[in-house]
Design a protein around this ligand. Structure first.
Ligand code: BGP
Length: 478
């Protein structure tokens, strides 16, 4: 089994989850800066404004802002070929509406990218990873407002222009499709700066917001290609394959329908037009989404170059089941979601399904025939530090090894065009859904707890040495 010598082995992070320095260097607050830590299983609270005395874990995160040189040196020691992270919109435009970008913010990313490139690590950048300026959420209602399309395009244009010689691979919106789960308010808030008001139809709001984001993404792609045709600009979706519980055709149809919710955003990003099933849904449900002829033209002219996606788990549906607890991760947020008897789950209920990654790669490649990039995959777990500072994270290694085996099969056996693999949280960082530190993904441990205590010391886990060997042998030695 061999992967191309250019295969991008890396790690994935997001600015708000690891940078810290939330109000430094002229940065403004973002929608995630007003979210408190949640307890295990309890969703994070959205305070909508910074409240005195509350703990906001993202404010300091793991303080990469001040420690980036040392952290990047560790990434280099691991042999990373690329690092996927995001640019915090609020470092560049603190309120999202300024005429001129914040030079100090632009300079910070210049310094980070230069440091990465000095070590031969290529930055792979997401423009919007749950970091919309809070001002735009408070004053504009987030992406409900069409004006955000042009504000986002301007932010993208500034980034493409400034970093075009340092960054080739870009993505527009992180996991744009997870806001489909309107039962969980966290997603619309973090993805789009939106809350649903009493009396509104959450799905109709979500589709309106989605339309504006799809336009913003398409305009960003078009301007990026104009600035520099060599830039590769992709989308980023979260994929969860949805299996039928049985060979009962009703279960199969139920899984097909549920999958449309997963594919909807990628369908528009890749094909440049709305899929028929969505247009039918708007008509059937009476949703009033304002899609003009000019909008259609924008979507057609802004299709993506590749598909970045996250893969953590699969889910299963059964046609004759109806759950009331649709926000629950075990049933994938689906009313007809059930547990899959063939696979186990992490402590947070995330199903562990390596073959699901191969299925996902094949389905995406068949559906769109575009290069793919696995930009998130990983295992959130509690790690124990031994007396000698070692950390034996065998379960994480096992999870990653099995997923890499499947991606290699997808490439070598099935012929999928895969650009790279960046496991989530190469260094421990704040968990997105819970706001906790104890749900750890990293191969580098960070001494910090859920309450914000700890020395911030970095330690190498067993997975650090294991992944270093995987990269050094280009995936041969797992
Ligand atoms: C994805 C997000 C990441 C991330 C990851 C793991 O949804 O893109 O930002 O954190 O999931 O989720 P969590 O941290 O909640 O375990």
């Amino acid at each position: 089994m061999t992967l191309s010598k250019d295969f991008l082995w890396g790690g994935a992070l997001a600015a708000h989850q690891f940078e810290g320095g939330w109000d430094q260097g002229g940065k403004g607050p973002s929608v995630i800066d007003v979210m408190t830590a949640g307890a295990h299983g309890v969703p994070r609270e959205i305070t909508k404004t910074i409240e005195e005395g509350k703990f906001y874990p993202n404010h300091d995160a793991i303080d990469f802002y001040h420690r980036y040189k040392d952290d990047i040196a560790m990434f280099a020691e691991m042999g990373l070929k690329c690092l996927r992270t995001s640019i915090a919109w609020t470092r560049i435009f603190p309120r999202g509406i300024e005429e001129e970008p914040n030079e100090e913010g632009l300079k910070f990313y210049d310094d980070v990218f230069d440091e990465l490139l000095k070590h031969g690590i290529e930055p792979v950048i997401t423009l919007s990873h749950f970091e919309i300026p809070l001002y735009l959420a408070q004053e504009f209602g987030g992406f409900r407002d069409r004006r955000l399309v042009d504000l986002f395009e301007k932010f993208a244009e500034v980034c493409f222009t400034r970093y075009q010689d340092k960054v080739k691979y870009w993505m527009t919106f992180n996991e744009i499709n997870n806001q489909m789960d309107t039962n969980n308010p966290i997603f619309l808030w973090t993805n789009s700066g939106v809350t649903v008001e009493e009396g509104e139809n959450p799905k109709e709001v979500m589709y309106t917001v989605a339309h504006h984001e799809l336009l913003a993404s398409a305009k960003a792609v078009a301007i990026g290609k104009k600035i520099n045709p060599d830039l590769q600009i992709g989308c980023m979706v979260s994929h969860v394959p949805i299996y039928p519980f049985s060979c009962n055709p009703d279960d199969i149809m139920a899984s097909e329908e549920a999958l449309r919710q997963r594919y909807f955003f990628a369908d528009v990003h890749c094909r440049g037009e709305y899929p028929t099933y969505a247009l039918k849904e708007f008509e059937r449900e009476g949703y009033n989404i304002n899609i003009t002829e000019e909008d259609k033209e924008i979507l057609r002219n802004g299709t993506v170059d590749y598909i970045g996606f996250s893969y953590y788990m699969s889910t299963t549906v059964k046609s004759d089941v109806h759950n009331d607890n649709t926000g629950d991760v075990v049933n994938g947020g689906l009313a007809n979601g059930v547990e899959n008897p063939y696979i186990s789950a992490s402590d947070w209920g995330w199903a562990i399904d390596p073959v699901g990654l191969r299925i996902t790669l094949n389905r995406f490649y068949d559906r769109y025939q575009l290069p793919l990039f696995i930009v998130e995959n990983g295992f959130g777990a509690i790690d124990e530090v031994e007396a000698d500072d070692s950390i034996h994270d065998a379960a994480r290694i096992d999870y990653l090894r099995k997923h890499i085996e499947q991606l290699e099969l997808a490439v070598n056996h099935d012929g999928v065009d895969l650009l790279g693999y960046t496991p989530w949280g190469i260094i421990d960082l704040v968990s997105f859904t819970t706001g906790e530190m104890k749900k750890r993904y990293g191969m580098i441990y960070v001494d910090r707890d859920n309450e914000g205590n700890g020395s911030m010391k970095r330690l190498k886990k067993d997975s650090f040495y294991w992944y270093k060997q995987v990269i050094a042998t280009n995936g041969e030695d797992l």
